[in-house]
Design a protein around this ligand. Sequence first.
Ligand code: FE2
Length: 282
Amino acid sequence: MSQPRRVTRLVRGMPTSDGAGVRLTRVIGIPELRNLDPFLMLDHFGSEQAADYIAGFPNHPHRGFETVTYMLEGRMRHRDNQGNEGLLTSGSVQWMTAGRGLIHSEMPEQEEGRMSGFQLWINLPARDKMTAPRYQDIAPERIPEFEPLAGAKVRVLAGEFASVKGPVDAAATSPLYLDIALPAGASLSVPVPSGHTAFAYVFEGKAALAGQPVSTDVMALLSEGDTVEVAAPESAARLILVAGRPLREPIVQHGPFVMNHAHEIHQAIADYQAGKFGPLQV
Ligand code: FE2
């Protein structure tokens, strides 16, 4: 028998800035919601004003987790200190497994127009934290998109919905990552793996999760269960629905280093300073 998930908590994102001064809304990784195992951070960026994004994210390191950038609109150039480079365009996803570490930059490749999207940080289990860095750069056309009901649109970035599989391979947390757009009046039952931590974040219009209204820029944390009812009772709505298997391991975070124990953080800082992440400039 199916067990519908309910909303356990609503969290409104906090305006902040990061990188060299990019204005964004942080939803996971704020005092009210430090983390949400296996998720460590969720940022939503979106602005028409170049001044809000143009400074980008110059050289910075990562170790111990994955960063997932979903570009809704805009162009962002990615470069790392190991010779990897890519251009994130509207509708694409970059799933980066930082593993033992790299230094990279993420810079807008536009001087005007709207830039919007999400960056999600997903933790890695202890056994994978020192794995070799890996990229899954996924072009927009590789993300399957379908219409579960008239006027609705679902993109499957990771995981599976209605036998449609997303392109991302992330075995440690088996994530589900859906972009769901619903017309006014639509309602959809979405399977979410049991035992996964799950949330929805509404970024356009107003939605209802399990019957509970959720406004724009609000995250709904979901209870245990194997499905969730997503609806747009008043107006069209667009949201991301994300789930992942919790790791249930200790989390020690120091900025862009996320390990299990303090001594591993000290090691990460020492390795970074000793050049063991590779050259400091990309
Ligand atoms: Fe980064």
